[in-house]
Design a protein around this ligand. Structure first.
Ligand code: ADP
Ligand code: MG
Length: 438
């Protein structure tokens, strides 16, 4: 069973990741729908939970035909303090879970480092945590991947649960919500779903952009939203983009998202990154020098998950080799980071970023399709390509499915003109450019 699962995991994650993180895992026991896996040290668990939180359980479920709980056991003897912390957190997790509250106990305001890039969102989240339903409703948190949205939204939930033990706090990803709607429809259980969602005290919906294009889910969410809002129950949503940039959602939902407060999280500055590294190192009892901390911070552009990933990788390496973490080890272990620096921005990268931003397939940006949304996104991509690459107009045209240079000039002119009047457009372009740099 395990060998088969490993093969499937290898297929999903690619060889180098697999060899480094998954290959060393050994199955110890499978009993009562729980599997115990032995891993070399805690950093393996941390890394897998950060990057592939459900992959092992998903693959095993596919192979076995029923869901299993995955537990880890470390081969090394662990630091007693760390083990104690882990078990406190795990207890809290299962206590909450037994009440139907699925918050991550690690994501609290205490463990969140505040800097200029996130202080506004953080302050708003704290207020909502102190005064659910009455501070800002809804609170809409938006920001790029790995910048702390899930952390903040969980921190709100944890703060509320701590202060108001009786409150029903429901955290759900938009993807999970969609699955629940689909399943409720199929099994004719819509009544139950409505009952459940319209009676919570606090609803936290993560990655709400996922409901783009999903009409029935949007419909259900809209009514849930209204019911909760009227009862002054707190709603918090997170998204990787602004409400106006989520494609394929109904205007009435878009406007609901904008009714309360919209708070953004920007990519962290160097100092904030360094502070986050120290905080995380502290929590993992890793000793690192300023030099190593700055090295990581300088090379990881913005994604905080990557930042932590580097530290975890170093921790794993140090633990396996018994060597202290120093700058040479950092340079060696993280060398793929360095080679990625100064990568020139290419039209392909721009197409990908623009496509992701607007939820449009790259293929559609390259073809002749002329819906309003696609034309607009395509023009933005051309405009950015003109600004950020050294390519000539006809070269740019070629990347966009063989358009001539006049088309590119026209596109750039259109965007120029619109930029002077359209603040939203400016924001979008700014966000995409940031994404390119990050
Ligand atoms: P997102 O949901 O925006 O993609 P996450 O909330 O999952 O990002 O954050 C990615 C990782 O970075 C998490 O492990 C989180 O704890 C950590 N993180 C993000 N922002 C901060 C911060 N300001 N302080 C400490 N850790 C952070
Ligand atoms: Mg998230």
């Amino acid at each position: 069973i395990w060998d088969k699962s490993l093969l499937m995991i290898a297929e999903k994650v690619g060889d180098s990741t697999f060899d480094l993180w998954f290959k060393p895992i050994k199955p110890i026991q499978l009993k009562d729908k729980t599997i115990i896996l032995e891993i070399p040290n805690r950093f393996f668990r941390d890394w897998i939970e950060d990057y592939y939180p459900t992959i092992i359980a998903d693959v095993l479920e596919g192979v076995l035909g029923y869901p299993v709980t995955v537990k880890y056991k470390t081969a090394e003897k662990e630091d007693a303090v760390l083990r104690k912390m882990d078990s406190i957190l795990e207890n809290r997790r299962s206590k909450l879970a037994s009440r139907g509250i699925y918050l991550n106990p690690r994501y609290t305001f205490d463990t969140f480092v505040v800097g200029p890039s996130n202080q506004f969102a953080h302050a708003a989240a704290v207020r909502v945590g102190e005064n659910p339903g009455f501070a800002y409703n809804p609170l809409f948190i938006y920001g790029g991947v790995g910048l702390g949205k899930t952390h903040l939204i969980n921190a709100i939930g944890n703060a509320i649960v701590d202060k108001n033990p009786g409150m029903i706090v429901h955290y759900v990803s938009a993807e999970q919500f969609t699955n629940e709607v689909v399943s409720a429809l199929r099994h004719e259980k819509m009544g139950d779903l409505k009952e459940k969602y319209r009676n919570v005290d606090v609803l936290l919906v993560d990655d709400v952009q996922f409901i783009s294009g999903k009409t029935t889910t949007q419909e259900e969410f809209f009514h849930t939203f209204n019911t909760l809002y009227e009862k002054q129950r707190q709603i918090v949503v997170s998204s990787d983009r602004l409400p106006m940039d989520i494609s394929d959602i109904t205007d009435r939902l878009r406007s609901r998202f904008s009714m309360g407060l919209i708070a953004d999280i920007q990519p962290p500055e160097l100092e904030t990154k360094v502070a986050i590294i120290y905080k995380k190192a502290d929590a993992e009892k890793l000793i690192i020098s300023d030099e190593v901390a700055y090295f990581i911070a300088a090379h990881v552009k913005s994604n905080i998950r990557e930042l932590e990933g580097c530290l975890i990788k170093l921790g794993a390496h140090a633990s396996l080799t018994g060597m202290p973490i120093d700058i040479n080890m950092a340079k060696n272990v993280l060398k793929d980071l360095i080679s990625e620096d100064n990568k020139p921005i290419t039209p392909d990268i721009i197409l990908k970023a623009v496509g992701e931003y607007f939820g449009i397939k790259v293929q559609e940006l390259k073809t002749k399709k002329r819906t309003k949304e696609i034309v607009n996104a395509r023009q933005i991509a051309m405009y950015i390509a003109k600004q950020q690459t050294q390519l000539s107009l006809s070269e740019i045209g070629r990347y966009f499915g063989g358009k001539d240079h006049a088309t590119v000039i026209y596109a750039c002119k259109q965007i120029e003109d619109k930029r002077s009047k359209d603040e939203n457009l400016n924001k979008s372009i700014e966000n995409i450019s940031k994404k390119l740099k990050g």
